[in-house]
Write a protein that binds this ligand. Structure first.
Ligand code: C2E
Ligand code: MG
Ligand code: MG
Length: 589
């Protein structure tokens, strides 16, 4: 190519290049500028003057002139992809642009600049980042399920659809692990995280199964989320005849979540409670629906956990009552409205008073005497039980010491006090018990603490705390035996001295051979382990006689006395004479 033609080609290239190319002197005076540069830079020069590049860029890159002056030798890069934000308006709206500027020192006299419009690519990058952030903002990083925000949006959408299509229905399911905290405490946080991940998998598997199930061919969308901690939510579509299917789904969910979790070399046993709310009964906003599902879930927990419950408006009323109860209970403790009653425990062989069980009552200013079945679980759920339990304990210890000095031989040998789950979870419990004994001046051997069966069976941690309590020199009773999870076969694992056979075994025993056999088995196993037995809820002489014949050591129930306030119990003890014939039996029936 001839030299002239080459120059012409270069000029054409400069002229048509889709990037701005500018050549200036060292002080920025423009020597050569192509049309694209002019087009890109003109918004910065409202008077149309593009004579000096540094002057033009002064507003958006004020340090550029100094940077250029600082460059010493040919080839120096003055700036690379320097982003210049250009406020540009068109007739209708603001249209800010971003230019990228590269500038190099060519030789002792010349600078070369290249300007390009990167608005579009910058926007694309921004959109990509935003999409990722949006996804992250709606994803739970641990389980990779959706999070609370995404679940709320999903329910809002479902509610929106409900408005357009009144035949549409959906169900919100809330899942919460039962006593999850003990996993973190006993096995550590990372085992806890792994269990949560596995729970997430099982929930999605149960959902996949549901959408394939023939009872719900109309299943459209389903979503699972982890809301927080050990709490998950699921939103599934439901057709009108689907309430049985929803029930069935909850059922399957509970059993899937109850299977053992293999973590590392070990196995973790965990159950979950599930609350269900249908858009047919709760057309609140999304948050309200989750709350209703949560209320149902808490009801499932209250009923013992590892089950599901369905929201019904009555639960709201109950929740309010429980709220009132909680407020009332706080002041009851502070204002001395609680009192203890005492029920005798009688030795079945010699008819003597072996002990007394302290049971708490609440003298409510409006409702009269409120029974513990109404407020113990509220006290447990709110943590008030620790103070309440400590109060009962010190009252009971004090009362036995008072009886010992007042009644001498007629005083009961032991005092039994119930200890709840929450108290046992409290690391201060051992200190508190020992303090109560010291304050009352009671020998530890005179105290029996009653723990429920399901509680004692729970885990190593609980058993270790029970052993610490026993170290104090007191005795432990396993309350309500037969109503919980542990079996006769696991009785030997529990550090207890006494097994209390639940009233539900004793009540039918006169007419049910089956229950007599069960009681005989408990008595036999307990005896072989060196434990004593107490039968609860004896109401008739016939029951007492049979229990004595079966070899049960002690009995408690209305047959001997109802629980009595302190003065009544004192009078009862003072006048008590063994009222029944003592049976001596060599072999249990
Ligand atoms: P529990 O420890 O198994 O107490 C025995 C319950 O059976 C008492 O009910 C008692 O009044 C009742 N009972 C005794 N004999 C008979 C009988 O012959 N027939 C019938 N039908 N019932 C009988 P109460 O006092 O209502 O206490 C219920 C539960 O509340 C207790 O069961 C215990 O688990 C809990 N509780 C009571 N006081 C306390 C306390 O101070 N702390 C804790 N943590 N729990 C307590
Ligand atoms: Mg008890
Ligand atoms: Mg009991």
């Amino acid at each position: 190519m001839a030299e002239g033609a080459a120059d012409e080609a270069l000029l054409q290239f400069l002229y048509r290049a889709p990037v701005g190319l500018i050549q200036t002197t060292l002080d920025g005076t423009v020597v050569l500028i192509n049309p694209m540069s002019a087009q890109l830079l003109l918004p910065l020069a409202p008077d149309g003057n593009l004579d000096n590049l540094f002057d033009v860029l002064q507003a958006v890159a004020p340090g550029l002139r100094d940077l250029a002056n600082a460059s010493a030798s040919p080839g120096d890069l003055i700036c690379d992809a320097l982003a210049l934000r250009i406020p540009r308006k068109n007739r209708f709206r603001d249209e800010p642009h971003t230019l990228a500027l590269h500038m190099t020192r060519l030789d002792d006299t010349t600078l070369m600049a290249c300007v390009s419009d990167i608005t579009a690519s910058e926007q694309r990058e921004y959109d990509r980042l935003e999409a990722r952030l949006h996804g992250e903002k709606r994803t739970d990083p641990l389980t990779l399920l959706a999070n609370r925000t995404a679940m709320l949006e999903h329910i809002e959408r479902a509610l929106g659809r409900l408005q357009d299509d009144p035949g549409y229905q959906f169900v919100v399911v809330l899942v919460n692990a039962d006593r999850f905290e003990r996993i973190n405490v006993t096995l550590g946080q990372s085992a806890g995280d792994e269990v949560l991940r596995l729970m997430g998998h099982r929930i999605t598997a149960a959902m996949a199964q549901r959408s394939q199930s023939p009872e719900s061919p109309g299943a459209l969308t389903a979503m699972a989320a982890r809301l927080s901690g050990d709490e998950f939510a699921i939103c599934v579509d439901a057709s009108e005849r689907d309430s049985a299917a929803a029930d069935d789904f909850a059922h399957r969910l509970v059993s899937a979540l109850q299977k053992p979790y293999v973590i590392g070399d070990g196995t973790v046993h965990l159950a979950a409670s599930v609350g269900l709310v249908s858009s047919a009964t709760s057309s609140q906003d999304a948050g309200g629906m989750l709350e209703h599902a949560s209320l149902a879930m808490r009801e499932a927990k209250r009923l013992g956990g590892a089950r599901h419950a369905v929201f019904e408006p009555g639960l709201l009323q109950q929740a309010r009552q429980r709220g009132d109860l909680e407020i009332g209970l706080r002041s009851a403790l502070a204002e001395g409205q609680l009192f203890t009653v005492y029920q005798p425990i009688v030795d079945l062989l010699d008819g003597s008073v072996a002990g007394m069980e302290a049971l708490v009552r609440w003298r409510h200013p409006e409702r009269g005497v409120v029974m513990p079945s109404e407020f113990i679980d509220v006290a447990e759920a709110t943590g008030l039980i620790c103070d309440l339990g400590a109060w009962v304990l010190s009252e009971a210890c004090r009362q036995l010491v008072a009886w010992q000095s007042l009644l001498g031989d007629r005083a009961p040998r032991t005092i039994s006090v119930n200890l709840s789950r929450a108290q046992l979870a409290d690391s201060k419990v051992v200190g508190r018990v020992s303090q109560a004994l010291t304050a009352a001046g009671l020998r530890p051997a005179c105290l029996q603490l009653e723990v429920t069966e399901s509680l004692a069976a729970q885990d190593e941690h609980v058993r270790a705390r029970l052993s610490d309590l026993k170290e104090l020199g007191l005795a432990l009773s396993l309350d309500d035996f037969g109503t919980g999870y542990s079996s006769l076969a696991s009785l030997h694992e529990l550090p207890v001295d006494v097994v209390k056979i639940d009233r539900s075994f004793v009540s039918p025993m006169e007419t049910s051979a089956h229950h007599r056999v069960l009681i005989a088995a408990v008595v036999g196993v307990a005896r072989s382990l060196g434990m004593r037995t107490v039968a609860e809820g004896i109401e008739t002489e016939g029951q007492a006689t049979l229990l004595t014949a079966l070899g049960c050591n002690k009995g408690q129930g209305y047959f001997y006395s109802r629980p009595l306030p302190a003065e009544g119990a004192t009078a009862w003890l003072a006048s008590y004479e063994s009222p029944f014939v003592v049976l001596k039996v060599k072999e249990p029936l």
